[in-house]
Design a protein around this ligand. Sequence first.
Ligand code: HEM
Ligand code: HEM
Length: 184
Amino acid sequence: MPTDNHQAAYGRKTIVLHWGMALLFIVAFILGQVMEELPRGPEKLSVLGWHLLVGGAVFLLALPRLMRRRKLRVFRDQGAPWERGTAKAVHFVLYALMIVLPLSGFLAGASLPATIPLPGGFELSPLFSSPWLHEAMEETHEFLVVALVWGVGLHIAGTLWHKFIKRDGVAGRMSPFARKHSAS
Ligand code: HEM
Ligand code: HEM
């Protein structure tokens, strides 16, 4: 039986941050895949520059996102214990990835023995050219990308569960088209 007790949506700033960051994640992911397919050379480095910029934006927005989270307490005590536990674990992983995924990528890029051309004519010189660090960070980055795919997959599955099985309004709380916004 559908219930109506979860109807107030997140505040507009939270919704803009959520979808803005989701878009950045998707673009960074696609650029990462494109880069993987390219042979070593200037073209690959140029895609890496854009990848760094977009991934770096995720990192910079993680702080305001986490600060806003303190205000979201009103939404945390709803649902059965297993639902709250799963949502908490998946959200924790997604928040953690906003920091550790760009960080591992940055360390993988900065330890390359090559200058990375950045959009706008800037460039990032090798900070600590180290084959060992590069390899370790590249593998960590790839592992975290797999965690991202699983994390986002479970997150979307959770949204679909709320939308079509529970039909309790939770899926609409992050909708950009929501009409009734809370203060957070
Ligand atoms: C939201 C943030 C990010 C996402 C989603 C992301 C995603 C990806 C993906 C999907 C790949 C291809 C790996 C694979 O499929 O095995 C990749 C590779 C890579 N990323 Fe990121 N990345 C992010 C941030 C960054 C940042 C900030 C940097 C900084 C330079 C970076 C540097 C790299 C490097 C050096 C590689 C390896 C490229 C290669 O050797 O082919 N990433 N990333
Ligand atoms: C099509 C993709 C996506 C859909 C449909 C979606 C949907 C939602 C919905 C409905 C909520 C609200 C849940 C609730 O009120 O309990 C939410 C929250 C959240 N989303 Fe997404 N999302 C998507 C992509 C992403 C991505 C790519 C990330 C980051 C990697 C992300 C991170 C989060 C986090 C951390 C929260 C929890 C907010 C809080 O602290 O309460 N989402 N999402």
